[in-house]
Design a protein around this ligand. Structure first.
Ligand SMILES: [Zn+2]
Length: 60
């Protein structure tokens, strides 16, 4: 683990970027995603189905 960017050699201040070894710009250019602490937000696609529907016994 180094405190310089592995691409441009810039000094890294953010420990998150030091951890990945690249600065923010270089990481973005190389397609490296930050190990974000925040969990990704759940997509609000269950608005109208708040409760799970009971398994309806159709037929039989
Ligand atoms: Zn860099």
């Amino acid at each position: 683990m180094s405190d310089t960017c592995g691409r441009c050699g810039r000094r890294l201040k953010n420990p998150a970027y030091i951890e990945i070894g690249f600065g923010r710009t270089c990481a973005a250019k190389m397609g490296i995603a930050l190990p974000s602490k925040r969990k990704p937000k759940d997509k609000p696609d269950r608005q109208d189905h708040d409760q799970e529907p009971a398994p309806a016994a159709e037929g039989r």
